[in-house]
Design a protein around this ligand. Sequence first.
Ligand code: KG4
Ligand code: ZN
Length: 338
Amino acid sequence: QEDVFILAIESSCDDTAAAVLQNDKVLSNVVANQLIHNQYGGVVPELASRAHQQNIVPVIDAALKNANISKEQLSAISFTQGPGLMGSLLVGSSFAKSLALALNIPLIAVNHMQAHVLAHFIDEAGYDKPTFPFIALTISGGHTQIIKVNSFFDMDIIGETTDDAVGEAFDKSAKILGLPYPGGPLVDKYAQLGNPKAFTFTKPKVPDLDFSFSGLKTAILYFIQKKTIENPNFIEENLNDICASIQHTIIEILMDKLQLAVAVTGIKQIAIGGGVSANSGIRKTLKEAEQKFGWKTYIPKFEYTTDNAAMIGIVGYQKFLLGKFETSDVVSKARILF
Ligand code: KG4
Ligand code: ZN
C-alpha cells in the first residue's frame, strides 16, 4: 500500500498549528502560540482570529519544510471543523479548503475533541496505543470530559463539566494567588514544593460522572480573603502549601470520577489528553493507579496533549483510510458533539 501524506491544520482557539504525517507517523509538528492574550488574562477571540491570519502561512510553510515534503506530495488535507471559536476556525478551514481545491486532493474535517482522544494513536517510540474500548479523560483550559471510546469514530461522552474546565480551575485559582496567566503550570511548579494536606477545600457534590469547578474557585477565593485579613503576607508565606492543596483537591475530584467511570463501565484502560495532562501531580497519581487499582494508563507525549495539529493529522489519516471526505461547502461549527 502507498504511503499517505496528510497536512493537518488546527486553529480552534489561540494556537495556530500545522503538522505533516506519513501514515501514523509525525514528520513535523509546528505550533505558533499567541502570547498576545496573556496580558488580558484569557483568550480574546477577535485578536485570536487576526493572529491566525498572520501565522497560518508561515506555520504551514514551516510544517512542510520540516517534514521535507512538497505540496504536490500531499495525499489530503485535514483541518479542525470545531468545536472552537468561530473566527479562529474559519481561518483554518478557509485555508484548508482552498489548498485542497488548488491541489485537487481530498479535504477531511476533524472534530477537535475526538482528536484529543485519538492523539494516542500517533506512532511514537516509547508510547503504547490503547486498545478499544478505553476511557479518555480530556482536561484542558476549554474542556473537561470523560469519554467511553468504543472505536475510532464511536465515542460516548459519559461525563463533563457543568461550568468551568479543569484548566480554568487551575488558572482562576492562580489568579486569586496573584500569579500570571496561564497559571496552571505555576501552580504545578509550586505544588511540588508544598504539603498537599496543609489546607482543605470542600469538594463539590456533583452527580454521576459530571464535574463542577466554579464552587472550588469561590471556596479558594473566600479562604484567601479570610486568611489575608488575618495575615497580609499569608499568600507569600504559604504559596507552596496553598498550591499543593489546591492541586491535591483538583486531582482528588478527577480521580473520584475516574474510579466511578471504571466501576460503571468495567473498563480499566484510562487515556488522558489536553493541556492539563502536563500536570506532574496528575501524571504521578495516574501512574500510581496502575499498581493501586490495576488500571492501565496512557499519557501521551506532551506536544500531542496541548492543542496541536499532529492530532488533527492522525484523525485525518484514519478518515482517509475510510474515505471520509468533505466537499468545500463543509461548514465550521463552534459547537459540535461527536
Ligand atoms: O490544551 P491546552 O493547551 O489549551 C486548551 O485549553 O485547549 O490547555 C491549556 C490549559 C491551561 O488552562 C493551562 O493552565 C493548563 O492547561 N496547564 C496546566 C499545566 N500545564 C498547562 N495545568 C496544570 N498543570 C500544568 N502543568
Ligand atoms: Zn483542545
